[in-house]
Design a protein around this ligand. Structure first.
Ligand code: SER
Length: 442
């Protein structure tokens, strides 16, 4: 029997509640009182102060499904969204926590038990990575490696070590952090995008798309004060994060996140609105995915009080709506349509996140108004960008200067990300540092 997304979310929560964890509802996408982050980018954000020892909770074990956005700062997945099946701006992270309670042995054993016994995933397709510092400054996590090797049926050849980029997790430039063990799923040789390339070998953390990370178990034991200062925390904690959409895709046996019952219905709405066939949809997956992802993200942002605007979080909300609108043009959708997609988002998520239902009217109105505003300048913006690219071609230039890119935003409402998308498609790039400098000056 194939579980629905909602059932999978609940089974994760139930598994950990049965092991003494308290269910804690998702926090807002806007982190309360934390100036180091624009958005909640992981399940642990609402527990940051507990890890640091400056806050306490009436429980030492917690479980939740957290709304996350990764569009800025240390964790920014925007460039990947639409291009693959596994990245999002907004996504849900399932997590279990220990606040100075259990540690590596229980965390890893429960991960293995849930994946292989409760959900019945094939052990031969699971891989794990543990931390080994390439700079030799932070101790290697051989404890986690030993725990992996003691799991029943775990293939010892599926354990690999890796360095800071993948196996030392940090929330932001400063804050709680520690070594982690990542769990990867083998999508199978047919998922490799480099099949037939001479010398190519599929590897975990490689770039061929065959392996996908599904769950990260972080062993929080340090506080980063600066790029060079790492101080031990008074207690050791566990912070785990599972990519909800990814595990749903695996358990539902579909090609990727956009084929799950969480996202496929959004693509269906777009397909109907665009009057396209299934074949046309397959040929245009990038716009379909971008629209589904961005409208879902905007729906959740607006429900959390983040409306389109010129700066900070509001800029991000504006940018994703406009970016979705620009991709919609590729499907021939020129009239406001996003409220229809948002209605489906609300239908799918209202039970787990009642706030989207409560803000329904605001969400529809905000999306439509923003689409209308952008429509007023979009054609002029396209024409202006085309003129600029012609001029660059004539002069043999490849990089659009930041000030011009900023002017496109200030006068025609083209966020940097849209300008960059269009330029990249035509083989150009943009001076992003210059854009932000002009924005500051402005
Ligand atoms: N904080 C870790 C992550 O985001 C695990 O939850 O990957």
């Amino acid at each position: 029997m194939v579980l629905t997304g909602a059932e999978i979310r609940q089974s994760f929560i139930d598994f950990f509640v049965a092991r003494g964890h308290t269910y804690v509802p998702s926090a807002s996408l806007v982190p309360g009182g934390d100036s180091t982050l624009l958005f909640t980018n992981a399940g642990m954000v609402q527990f940051k102060d507990v890890f640091l020892g400056t806050d306490t909770r009436p429980y030492t074990r917690a479980v939740n499904a957290q709304k996350c956005m990764r569009v800025s700062g240390k964790h920014n997945d925007l460039d990947q969204v639409g291009r693959d099946n596994t990245h999002h701006t907004f996504f849900e992270m399932l997590g279990n926590w220990s606040f100075g309670d259990y540690y590596k042995k229980e965390a890893i054993s429960w991960s293995w038990e849930l994946l292989t016994q409760v959900w019945g995933l094939d052990k031969n397709r699971i891989w794990a990575t543990t931390f080994k510092d390439e700079l030799g400054q932070i101790p290697e996590d051989s404890e986690a490696a030993q725990v992996w090797l003691s799991q029943p049926g775990f293939d010892p050849n599926h354990l690999i070590t890796s360095g800071r980029k993948d196996n030392f997790w940090e929330m932001a430039e400063t804050g709680p952090c520690g070594p982690c063990t990542e769990i990867h799923w083998d999508l199978g040789p047919e998922a490799c995008e480099k099949q037939g390339e001479p010398g190519h070998v599929c590897t975990v953390n490689g770039d061929c798309g065959r392996f996908t990370e599904i769950w990260n178990n972080v062993f929080i034991q340090y506080n980063r004060l600066s790029p060079t200062e790492l101080v031990p925390l008074p207690k050791r904690h566990v912070d785990t994060g599972m990519g909800f959409e990814r595990i749903v895709a695996i358990l539902q046996g579909v090609r990727g996140n956009y084929d799950t019952d969480l996202l496929a219905p959004l693509l269906d709405v777009v397909q109907t609105l665009a009057g396209q066939t299934r074949e046309q949809r397959e040929q245009n997956l990038t716009p379909y995915r971008v629209i589904a992802d961005h409208v879902r993200a905007a729906t959740f942002l607006i429900a959390d009080g983040v409306v389109p605007g010129n700066l900070g979080r509001n800029y991000v909300c504006r940018m994703i709506i406009r970016r979705a609108a620009r991709f919609a043009r590729k499907l021939g959708l020129t009239e406001p349509f996003m409220a229809h997609v948002a209605a489906k988002v609300i239908e799918i998520y209202a039970e787990a996140y009642p706030e989207v239902k409560q803000s329904e009217t605001l969400i529809f109105d905000t999306l439509t108004r923003e689409e209308q505003r952008f429509a007023e300048t979009l054609d002029t913006g396209f024409a202006e960008l085309n003129r600029l690219m012609d001029a660059m071609r004539a002069e043999g230039q490849t990089v659009l200067d930041g000030k011009t890119a900023f002017n496109l935003y200030a006068t025609l409402g083209f966020p940097l990300e849209i300008t960059r998308d269009i330029l990249t498609e035509e083989g150009f790039s943009v001076d992003e540092a210059g854009f932000y400098q002009s924005m500051e000056e402005h």
